[in-house]
Design a protein around this ligand. Sequence first.
Ligand code: CMC
Length: 441
Amino acid sequence: MNESANSNPSPLGPASLTLAGHSYSLPVIEGSEGERAIDIGSLRAQTGHITLDPGYGNTGSCESAITFIDGDAGILRYRGIPIEQFVDSPTFIEVALLLIYGHLPSQEEYERFSEDLTRFANIDEGMKHQFEGFPRSAPPMAILSAMLNALSCYHPELHELEDEAELHHAAARLISKIRTIAAYAFRHSRGLPYIYPDPGLRYVPNLLHMMFSLPYQQYVCPNVVRKALNLILMLHADHEQNCSTSTVRMVGSSGANLFASCAAGVSALWGPLHGGANVAVLEMLEQIHRGNITPEDYVKLAKEKESKVRLMGFGHRVYKNFDPRALMLQKVAEELVPMLSGNDPLLDIARRLEDIARSDPYFIERNLYPNVDFYSGILLRAIGIPTNMFTVIFAIGRLPGWIAHWWEQNQTVGGRIARPRQIYTGPTLSDYIPIEERGQG
Ligand code: CMC
């Protein structure tokens, strides 16, 4: 059962707001880690005003018991457990179950879920034909989003989930099939035959098998690759109310099913300011490697507002000190990249960019540090993942988080459809003019 996501009233008491000579009292609530919020649920009813917060930098959209981030201290915890504790032992699937169900799975729960992942790994043969409808050049993220949505056509019985048993069926199908869909999207882009999932393989080796095996030539996943990809997936598994997760919650708030909501999450993740940054980082490093621009000039360009260039893989809405996921990935990249692909010049360029940026007042004053995407691409490249699949891997990793948030919201008593308001700035009352009276346009 999910832990309840209820906050408490803050011991500091309510906030008071003075507006046009009137005083209003607004409750202040406190979460389990001492984060405080002014509850403005009655603001419009009391005052006739709304709040304005483009980009939602100051807005809590929900209460949640899934993931805790302290951006100033560089802390990230899943259900209370610091991510640093996930380096060696758990598999991505254990972490997925922790996020979705709120506790670490017992051996029996873990095995049951793993067996279902194996059982559900194939997609309907009819669905396979849908891949043929996409051009060879179709971005795998577009295919992934379309195909997750298509899953809802094959599972109408899972559109409404009544209890955890039904959630289990939907979650196991999604987590298993996203891997098959991702691999098929890749095979399609290369014109390669689709490779069926192998029931003898665990989650990560099976994904790589479907991507890289050839008929009669099985891809054998080296242990070091399995561990690295497992870590990447775990570190991406949830990140509270980021753009894609908020999208999943937003779509889910209308009552849309889990498949459709997660498909929307994939679309949100695709953008270069979010999950697509791992591709953008690699493109930036390659551009520098090709000699098109020096690291120094790139950083200079990233500081010029008019250039619209950003130092990709740097900065974060929440982390204003360091991103703990970036630290962990950097350490693993430093160990594994030389082992897997020799001396990768892109790793040297990344180190150089980081050195320049971290000693530059522009980046220091704005608290811009490497984020999760800065080193993940280099690591993915070293383990053989092609660039157009980087964000797809991110999506596979983030899926348990999306499912956990969708379910948490679905279970919230008294939940409302997400429907922000706006401040209208368009024309005031105007008359319709018939077309023949409008003159030349
Ligand atoms: N390069 C250059 N300047 C930057 C960068 C950057 N990467 N990031 C932020 N800034 C500047 C920004 O121009 C602004 O300057 P000023 O105060 O002079 O206007 C200041 O820093 C604050 O930035 P912001 O855009 O208000 O910050 P935000 O919280 O809205 O955006 C961000 C966060 C991650 C979208 C942004 O830092 C960025 O675009 N980074 C590059 C893309 C990237 O790496 N994205 C991955 C994010 S982590 C994983 C994920 O979410 O998927």
